[in-house]
Structures are given as C-alpha cells and as structure tokens.
Design a protein around this ligand. Structure first.
Ligand code: 13P
Length: 289
C-alpha cells in the first residue's frame, strides 16, 4: 500500500477538528511504547527526534527503526526532525530519510531565519519531505524538565505576531509554523494559559498549518480550544521521558539484582504506551487511519 503523506493527515485533521501529537523519542524502547499505543488505537502516528535525541540514537538508526515499525504494523508512521538549529543538521536529516523537518530559526534574526528556512524548503522539495515546519518566535522553557515552580510569565509582545507570521510563510514557503501563544517546553507546577485570540488572528493572516510545541502539562481545556481553532499538531516530549525514566527508577529499586534489559525495560515501555494513548485519544487521533 502506498503510504499517505503527513500533509494528508494535517489536512484531514484541520478539516475535522483534531490534531496529531508528535511524540519525541531517543531510544528504541520509547518508540516501542509509542508505536504500541498507535496500533492499539488505530491512529496515524507522528514521532520526532530533536538534535539531542538523534545525536544519541543516530539519524539513520531513527529512520531505520521507524521504517521497521511501519513495515511490521502497516500503520502510517512519520518521522520529523525536531528543532534543527542549522541548515547542516536539517540537511543531514533530509538525507537520512526523515519524512518531515523543522528548522528552528528563533536564534537568528527574522531576516536570517527567512533566508535559511527558504534554503531548507528548497532542499526538502527535491526530496520526499511533505512537511517543512518553520519557527521564528522562540518557545521558551527547558525540554524534558519537571519544574517545581510556576512557568515563566510570558509577555504577549513575545507571542507570534500575525502579520510577521504571514510575511514569514509567504517568503519561505513553509507548510507549517510553530506558533508561540503561551506554551512552554517542560512541565511546571502550573503551566501557562494559551492566548486563543492570538491564535485566531494568526489563522486569519497566515495560510499555513499551525502547530504547537511544549505540549506536556499544557492546560487541557486550552489545548482543546487551540485544536478546535486549527492547530493540527502538538509536540510532546517531557511527559514521555518522565514516564520512561521514572518507571525505570522504580523498577530498578524493585529488582536490585536484575541485570537483563528485557526484564527491566518492559514496564517503562508500558508506561510510555499509557501516556501516548492518553494524548492520541485526547487530541482525537484515535481511529483516524
Ligand atoms: P514538552 O517537552 O513540553 O512536551 O515539549 C516538547 C516539544 O515541544 C518538542 O519540540
């Protein structure tokens, strides 16, 4: 069967008012739990690796693992390169066979970011990449951290400007844009509320797909309102990492003398599966293949 593209599912999600979670992973066992969740819920699946994740696992290895799961499960699984910070790293991901790429130009000036993103789009169009994601407004917070305090208070003037969003999309030709409307990377005692009005304004001005980062810990009601307003993808990393590692810690405590990975790790795989199932169901991707 010819696999549908990720763009097909973005279009379907936007039309029908649901979203795909993007689950990040850095080891085969995390991916195993994520894939099990999607198979059980008959959900199209988007997974991702950041530069850190794929620096550990290897880009070719991530592509091969996803390919093996796709072949075995026969469900649509897509691999996105998350937060590529340079043209070189995104180019490597494209050449390794990723299905989608995200160039994070937030550390460059707007003009520089437009220039590099345009080159990423040109490279991607020559290959089988169906979605190029852009970002120019930095999403704050530290990935993969459970913070004890409140999230940093974000000024609305740091949120994505709708007119700038339009200019960015027109000039670069990106398919999707990571918008800053209040989400932060990582989990806090209290994650911030989202500015849905700003999201509506961005939607009015920019024609691309809108995606959110920092999905872990985001107030659920706000997340659903964002999806109903048109967000088609929500990135989740911290919650999955927490489920995997905290379960591993507990298992090691329970079995202090055990050294066999396949006896220690299944509980962590199961914990990841549970978290992934929750998000697939909550965002509405279940039964959408
Ligand atoms: P969280 O770690 O807050 O889930 O954010 C993940 C993310 O946005 C990856 O790009």
């Amino acid at each position: 069967m010819v696999q549908r593209t990720l763009k097909y599912y973005y279009q379907k999600a936007r039309k029908e008012g649901w979203a795909l979670p993007q689950f990040n992973f850095s080891c085969a066992e995390q991916l195993q739990g994520i894939v099990q969740a999607a198979v059980r819920l008959k959900a199209p699946l988007l997974v991702g690796t950041s530069e850190g994740d794929s620096g550990f696992l290897g880009k070719a290895q991530a592509v091969a693992l996803v390919g093996a799961h796709r072949k075995e499960t026969k469900i649509p699984i897509y691999l996105n390169f998350d937060h590529g910070k340079s043209l070189e790293s995104v180019k490597e991901a494209i050449e390794a066979g990723y299905d989608a790429v995200h160039f994070d130009g937030s550390s460059y000036s707007f003009k520089e970011s437009v220039g590099i993103t345009k080159r990423v789009v040109a490279l991607a169009r020559k290959r089988r990449i169906s979605v190029v994601e852009g970002e120019f407004a930095e999403i704050p917070g530290k990935h993969s951290t459970f913070h004890k305090g409140k999230a940093p208070k974000l000024g609305k003037d740091s949120f994505t400007d709708p007119k700038e969003a339009n200019e960015f999309v027109e000039k670069t030709g990106v398919d999707s844009l990571a918008v800053l409307i209040g989400t932060v990377h990582g989990m806090y005692a209290e994650n911030p509320r989202l500015d849905i009005e700003r999201l509506r304004e961005i939607k009015k001005h920019a024609t691309c797909f809108m995606v959110l980062h920092g999905g872990s810990g985001t107030p659920p009601r706000d997340l659903l309102r964002a999806v109903k307003t048109g967000v088609v993808k929500v990135n989740i990393s911290t919650e999955l990492r927490g489920a995997f590692i905290n379960t591993l810690r507990a298992t090691l405590k329970e079995m202090p003398n055990e050294i066999t990975p396949y006896k220690i790790l299944p509980k962590s795989v199961e914990a990841v599966q549970k978290v992934a199932e929750h998000h697939l169901q909550f965002l509405g991707s279940a039964n959408k293949i």
